[in-house]
Ligand binder design. Sequence first.
Ligand code: UD1
Ligand code: MG
Length: 452
Amino acid sequence: MLAVAILAAGKGTRMRSTLPKVLHKLNGKSILSRVLDTCFELNPDKVFIIVGHKNDVIQKSFENYKFANKINFVLQDPQIGTGHAIQVLSKELKTFKGKLLVLNGDVPLIESKTLKGLIKFHDKKQADASIITTTLENPFGYGRVFLKNDQIDKIIEEKDCNNDQRTNKVINSGIYCFDYKSLKNTLTKLTNNNSQKEYYITDAIFLLNKSVSYKIINSDEIKGINNRIQLSECEEIIQKKLTKIHMLNGVTFINPSSTTISEDCEIGKDVVIECNTHIRGKTKIENNCIIGPNTFIESSFIKENSIISNSSIYNSEIMENVRIGPYSHIRPESKISKNCKIGNFVETKNSYLSESVKVNHLSYVGDCSVGKFTNIGAGTITANFDGLKKHKSIIGENCLIGSNSVLISPIKIGDSVTIGAGSILNKKVENNSLAISRVKQVNIKNWKKSNL
Ligand code: UD1
Ligand code: MG
């Protein structure tokens, strides 16, 4: 039997935040949901999350979690230490026999294969406790692990170490596999005789007969997050890992450290990601695209051979061989078909642009469908909002929409229509027509300014 307890009740004081520490996000997912995802990869028999500080906010954030029905929240109030958290949990485990894997809710990069290794090691050693440890060049803030005859003698928190003990670089990851029966006997013996006046789970190690160290080399995995510096360091670890995977798969990053990408992002071969480009959500970019510089793409699909520079794209579909930018804003539900060109300071929203449409400069295309080969002149606006409701515009194929036109929606413009520049239209235009609605030009000959 395997039970997992995730400690997440602490105040997270060092984050200096109103949001509970474990709900801060790393690459779009909360710190705690990352620990949970990893935990469920182990197929545990029972999963407990120890909550306390702002427990209502934490519980609510997991209402729609994929394994929500398998999570047992245990309330720790007051929050007086990691050992106290396990004392509170013990009331739920009265008849439990087996292994208790304890994870810190603020150590999110741990991988399931490492946890499986820990459990296997624990079984082999027949230990009371097996603890993931590593050696850190800068161990500041972590509990230091002291060994004696190949076993762990004790763990002393940074704050409780003397100067000599503080030089020890072997640290406690906060991840433990316990034989629960043995652990249970130590829980009542924990004291709060330390600088923080808390009951530490680490003190149980000293009380147990056999505690062993499962040393790992990749210390990135057990990085704890106590403040925002460590949060950004974890984000950097994730980003470095992701860009490395994509580079090995045939993607060029001109300056990887200026780029951020999500774990749900798929990128094809020979794609070039220019500097300062950020790709979020479930985005797919096909082969041979050039993305960036200075581009933001969220949850969108970009087909092959497209070039997007200095632009933002949200929840949209861009077909093959499209040019977007510089400075275009592609808002949600835009579908841009193949060979289209969207130019500078153009905004699209909830619109379907058929193939080879050009909207090259300073236009707004909202709630609109545009037929193939239509050219929308500079400064054209679909006036889609009447103050109460949004309306649709339908523009046919092979049209030439003159610059600075306003199409007041709802409106239908037929195929092969030409619209005179500067027109304001609110009536249907038949196929093959010229529509023009501007004031006629008047030239007054020999006109001079009057002397005032
Ligand atoms: C803890 C370990 C330290 C280890 C480090 C690894 C203890 C005493 N120290 O220190 O040896 O090197 O993790 O990252 O365990 N929590 C509760 N209830 C509480 C207090 C804390 O559930 O009453 C939770 C927190 O929400 C957090 C986790 O336990 O997720 C660890 O607490 P934290 O205060 O961050 O301990 P560290 O100082 O990081
Ligand atoms: Mg911590």
